[in-house]
Design a protein around this ligand. Structure first.
Ligand SMILES: Cc1ncc(COP(=O)(O)O)c(C=O)c1O
Length: 359
């Protein structure tokens, strides 16, 4: 009885270490200060000076004509699709792309799009795949309009697309009349890991969506960058979809703060992801691939699936995500420091003494 009481009180005292996603971060004290002191206006009237500052800064950083601040990565991606296609068009993307798997069917529901999915284990899309999957210019077929890439690739474990191949394929696709969009929710991580600048990554794309609320630790917000023409169309659709925000400068201030203070530190997230991947010892999990950025995937070995492993880890105060039936994902972020990594590894050692990761 006493032992039982001690166990439950130590469980209560145990800090939960949340590795489910880089979206679980809390705004820092200085970010909250930046939010509190932001100068704001009505952004639906296009009169918020802090939103203007963020949009101008993002356009400069990505070397695009202009930018639009929006509530989420999903809205940003979907605005890009809608603004650059017509009802009944065909778009092409990876079969594990966020725009296809995790945006609630929005390409069909909001823009009447038919999607052709392309498969690869690393998130890449080749010229040959596009050539094969795109519809011919034939009145019986949906008009092939746009190809969307994702970098880093979430479901492929934060993989970075090869820059040279990406530029070549995207440029070629554009030369054949397709629009080219990049879901760059975590493009910051690709830039941090490779040293290739954001502008070099964005160069071949007509539109790019970048998130402020993932690795950069802002509470809300994404930015779509593109030509003036595309952004003007997107602004009107954003209003139609209820995404016009009034004193949005409060949120844009958090984004500006994140750009000033949370970009350089992404290398720390990558180092910690590599450390956890290397040292993680669990009898039922095998590392799927060495992480390239802040996402680590494990395969669940035979027996009960990912939900059971997630629940067991939850008992140890370690939160991770089930990523399909037999995959588990963990993500390092602004809220995870070296002490948290040491603590996670110590808890695994205590729970599974002497157990090595199965090979
Ligand atoms: C690659 C990718 N794109 C887009 C999104 C959508 O972002 P949001 O959750 O802000 O809608 C996510 C969210 O995790 C993502 O991982």
């Amino acid at each position: 009885m006493i032992e039982e009481d001690e166990r439950s009180s130590s469980r209560r005292a145990m800090k939960t270490i949340d590795l489910r996603s880089d979206t679980v971060t809390q705004p820092t004290a200085s970010m909250r200060e930046a939010i509190a002191t932001a100068v704001v206006g009505d952004d639906v009237f296009d009169e918020d000076p802090t939103v203007h500052r963020l949009q101008e800064r993002m356009a400069a950083l990505t070397a695009k004509e202009t930018a639009l601040f929006v509530p989420s990565g999903t809205m940003s991606n979907q605005l890009a699709l809608r603004a650059q296609t017509r009802w009944g068009d065909q778009i092409l993307c990876h079969g594990d792309a966020h725009i296809y798997r995790y945006e609630a069917g929005a390409p069909a529901a909001l823009s009447g799009l038919q999607i052709a999915t392309l498969e690869s284990s690393d998130g890449s899309i080749s010229r040959e795949q596009i050539e094969k999957a795109r519809n011919p210019d034939d009145l019986h077929c949906a008009r092939a309009a746009l190809v969307a890439f994702e970098n880093t690739h979430n479901r492929c474990g934060g993989r970075i697309l090869d820059h040279g191949e990406l530029v070549e394929t995207a440029n070629w696709a554009r030369s054949t009349g397709l629009r080219v969009h990049l879901d760059g929710a975590r493009l910051w991580n690709a830039a941090a890991a490779t040293g290739i600048s954001i502008a070099e990554w964005t160069a071949p794309f007509d539109s790019v969506s970048l998130c402020l609320s993932k690795g950069l630790g802002a509470p809300v917000g994404s930015v779509l960058v593109a030509s003036r023409e595309v952004i003007e169309r997107a602004r009107r659709i954003r209003k139609q979809w209820g995404g016009g925000m009034r004193q949005a400068g409060l949120l844009a201030a958090a984004g500006l703060h994140a750009l000033d203070h949370h970009v350089d530190r992404l290398a720390e997230d990558h180092r910690r992801a590599a450390w956890l991947a290397r040292e993680w010892k669990h009898p039922r999990l095998r590392l799927a691939a060495a992480p390239e950025t802040n996402i680590v995937l494990f395969d669940v070995l035979s027996g009960a699936g990912s939900a059971a492993v997630v629940a067991d880890l939850g008992e140890l105060g370690i939160r991770v995500s089930a990523f399909g039936e037999r995959r588990v994902r963990l993500v390092t972020h602004l809220g995870i420091d070296d002490g948290d990594c040491e603590e996670v590894l110590a808890r695994l050692d205590r729970a599974y003494p002497g157990r090595k990761e199965p090979r």
